[in-house]
Design a protein around this ligand. Structure first.
Ligand code: SF4
Ligand code: SF4
Length: 293
């Protein structure tokens, strides 16, 4: 079972929802064989770790493969000249130049080269760390290296790692990158349900509609949670009602929540209204995914 928490824009409460839901579920699953994995795949700015800490289990440097031009093997046959769709390879007449940041590791040039002059070699892109919090809760985060431009390959490797290493006893909560571009599309690929979190403001509403369009395009099952409920207006609520989009939670706008957030604290421990809203959100998730609560 995997849910992804996404939003059309940053700063809407993705991490708040992901972290508090993960802690709540780990408490609910205590004494059973069910466990929770919280995975932060917002690789450019993972911040779940500011709220949730644990003992390091392992860490792994992540690489992607990029071609390397071997001058001594190249016969300047020009076959690779126009093959790259991403302009990551340029044939310069007397040499071949690779631009690793533009390369999508598609292997086309490497496979095409008759002289093995473009072997794929590993380039470091980031690091993934896993932490143990308690018998029912693990936390994992992937962080891209400074200067690396493409987030998607690291998210793809993180997603595949989860798929291969966590079985059905794990309830995975994935904190996805914000926005509607390739990184979020990659992050939500395996999710049984995408929870879109938004604010009841004109900006929140605008970006929610973009996020909804993306989920429709991807044919993903999704639901909405409204954060900071009480500010702004009812446009989000009315829109979801008209479009029959399930709103599974309304996290109240409370000064105390902002205070705890600024101190990196878990809200369900100190604000009963937020705990009960998280419980409702979990029930909503179970109803939509037909999983027993
Ligand atoms: S296809 Fe291979 S041998 Fe031909 S120009 Fe490109 S790198 Fe050189
Ligand atoms: S591996 Fe693909 S994306 Fe990378 S340089 Fe070669 S053709 Fe371009």
């Amino acid at each position: 079972m995997q849910i992804a928490i996404a939003s059309g824009k940053g700063g809407t409460g993705k991490t708040t929802l992901a972290v508090n839901l993960a802690v709540l579920l780990s408490e609910m699953f205590a004494g059973t064989d069910r466990k929770v994995l919280l995975a932060d795949t917002d690789v450019e700015e993972p911040n779940s770790g500011l709220f949730i800490r644990g003992k390091l289990i392992d860490e792994e440097i992540k690489y992607r493969l990029v071609p390397e031009w071997k001058e001594d093997k190249c016969t300047l046959c020009k076959r690779c000249a126009n093959i790259c769709e991403y302009n990551a390879l340029a044939f310069l007449g007397i040499s071949v130049m690779i631009f690793p940041e533009l390369c999508h590791s598609c292997y086309a040039c490497s496979d095409l080269c008759p002289e093995d002059a473009l072997p794929m070699v590993p380039h470091r892109m980031g690091i993934t760390k896993r932490y143990h919090l308690n018998d029912n809760l693990q936390f994992m985060e992937s962080r891209i290296d400074i200067g690396v431009e493409q987030a998607t390959p690291l998210i793809e490797q993180t997603r595949k790692f989860i798929k291969e290493n966590y079985d059905d006893t794990w309830f995975t909560i994935l904190d996805a990158p914000p926005g509607t571009s390739c990184p979020v599309m990659e992050a939500v690929k395996d999710a049984d349900l995408v929870v879109l979190i938004t604010e009841p403001t004109p900006f929140g509403f605008h970006d929610l509609k973009l996020a909804i369009d993306t989920m429709e395009e991807l044919k993903k099952k999704y639901a909405v949670v409204i954060n900071k409920y009480g500010i702004g207006n009812d446009d989000v609520l009315n829109y979801c009602h008209d479009k029959r989009i399930p709103v599974i939670g309304k996290i109240p706008h409370l000064m105390e929540a902002a205070r705890l957030y600024s101190k990196g604290k878990i809200m369900i421990d100190e604000i009963p209204e937020i705990r009960s809203e998280m419980e409702k959100i979990y029930k909503g998730i179970c109803q939509l995914t037909e999983v027993k609560a």
